[in-house]
Write a protein that binds this ligand. Sequence first.
Ligand code: PEP
Ligand code: MG
Length: 598
Amino acid sequence: MTLALHGTGVSRGVAIGRAWCIEAAFDDVEHRTLAEAERDDEIQRYQRALDDVREEFAQVRRHIPDDAPPELPALLQVHEMILADPALVAQPMQLVRTRGMNAEWALAETAGMLVEQFDAMDDPYLRERKQDLMQVVARVRKALAGRSALRRIVHATPDEARILVAPDLAPADMLHFRHEGVDAPHAFRIAAFCTEFGGRTSHTAILARSMNVPAVVGTHGAMQRIEDDDIIVIDGDAGVVLVDPDEATLAFYRAKLDAQATERSTLNALTVRRAVTLDGRVISLNANIELPEDAYAAMDANADGIGLFRSEFLFMNRNELPSEDEQFEAYRTALVAMEGRPVTIRTLDIGADKTLQHDEAARPASDNPALGLRAIRYSLAEPAMFGAQLRALLRASAYGRLRILVPMLSCAAEIDAVLAHIAQAKNELIDRRQAFAPKVPVGGMVEVPAAALAIRAFTSRLDFLSIGTNDLIQYTLAIDRADSRVADLYDPLHPAVLQLISQTIHSGASAGLDVALCGEMAGDIELTDLLVGLGLTQFSMHPAQLPYIKRAVLDVHYGRAKLLADQALAQADARDIRRLLALVNATLKDDERRINEA
Ligand code: PEP
Ligand code: MG
C-alpha cells in the first residue's frame, strides 16, 4: 500500500527511484551502562553484528553483476579490510568489558577516535577513507539493530536513480555528494533527496536546488518508514514522499516526469532571449554558484553574470585553508569562464550551518552560531586568512569583471574595517608588483535588519548592495532557517520583510547604487511579479532556476506589478498579502496572456 509522508518541498520537480538510506553514523546513539553480568552477552552481540556484516559483504561479492562498475570490487575490499581492522573489532569489545558501555555506544566511541586519526592524516587519499569508515560503522550499527545493510548493492545497476534518505545532511555532506555521487558504486545517479529535518533556505536545501534535483525536507519519521531499496516517489512541488507507490500512482508520476522533461526543453528555447517585462523594463538575471566550475552552468543558462559566488564552499571538507594561490586560481576560473560578464564573489561566509573542518575542534562551539562569529565577523577575527582571500580576489580581478561582496555587515565600523583591509591588500600587491584591476566594486549583503534600517552607512561607503533574504528573514523574524519545527513561521511575505526589501531597493536606487537580490526569493516564480513591482531589477539564483524566472519576467507588466506591490506593502498581515498575490497574480496573468496573444 502506498504510504505518503509530508514535508517541505525545497527543490521542485518529481523523481522516482530506489531509496538509499544514509544513517548518521554516530548521532543519537543510545548510551547504557551494563552490569558486569551483562557484558559477555553484549560482546557476543557485537561479534554477531560484525559476522552479519562480513556475511553481507561475502554475499555481495558472490553476486556482483557483470555490468557492475569496476570500482565496486575494490571498494568492497576496502570495506572488508576496515571491518577486519583490530581497532574496529577489539576496541569496542574492550570498552564493553572495562567500562560497561552498550555495543552501539562503544562502537560510536571507537569510530569517533578513528575519525580524529583520519582527519589528522596528511595524505588526502587516506583522509578520504574516512567516508568508508563511516559507511562500515553505519552498517555495523544497522546489523546491531537487526537490519540488513547491503541488499542494495546486490540489486543495484549502474546509473540507477537513487533517492537519498537521511535524518539530516550538512552542507558539507551535500557538497561531497555533488562532487562524488553517493558513496559506494559511484555510477549511481542521485535523483532526489529526502531528509527528516531542515528548512527551505537551509544551505542543504540550497545545494539540492543547485544540483537541480527534487528535494523534500522535514519528513519526520522517514528513516523508520523507508527501507533501503524501497521504490519511492519524491514530489518536490507538493512536498510529498510516496513509499511503495501502487501502479496507478507510478503511472501518474511517470506522466509528470515526461511533462517535466517537455517543459525543460520548452524553457531551453528562451535561453537566448533577454528578460524584459511586457512594458519594456529590462531585468538582469544572474547566477548563484558554489564552485568555480558552476560558472559553466551559468553560461549555459545565459546568465547576465554571477550575482553570488559563495566562496566558503572552497574552504569546506578539508583540513587546511586554501592557499592564496589556490583561491586565485579558483576565482580566475570563474572570471574567465564568464567571458567578461560581471562576477560577484562573496568573501567567506562561514559559521551557523557552514563550518570549517579544521576549526571545529579548535574553537569552542557557540550556543547561537547564527548570531556568533559568522561571516565578516569571522574574517575580521582572522586577518591573515582574510588578507589572503582579498589578495587572491584582487589578483583574479585582472582577468574579468570582478565585484567583491561582503556578507553579514551590520554597521559602519565593520564596513570601514573591511575597506581598510582591502586597501592594505592592494598595497601588498603593489609591493609584490602583482596586477589587479584599477577599480573593483565592493558591495555589501543586506541580510541583517540593522543593515536595511541604517542603510545610509552602506550607501555612503559601498558600490552596490545585494539583499540576502534567506538571512534577512531569519534575523527579522527570529526563525532558524534550518529548523523544520519553526519552518511554518519562516515567511518571505511577512510585512516586516517586505518593508525591509522595499526600503533597501529604494534607498540603493536613490543613492545610484545597483541593488540585487540573491536570496532564494529571487528564484521563486510565485514572487517574481511582486519583486519586479517592488522595483527590483537584478535577480540572482541557481542557474537551473533561471529559465523559469525568465519566463515569469516575460509575463510581467511592470506598471501593474507596481500596483500589486504598493497594495502588498499596505497590508499588516502576511495572510492578506498572500491572498492578494494569489488573486492579483491570477487576474494579471490572464490579462497579460491576452495582451501577449494580441
Ligand atoms: C542569504 O542570506 O540570502 C544569502 C544569499 O546568503 P546565504 O544563503 O549563503 O546565507
Ligand atoms: Mg546569508
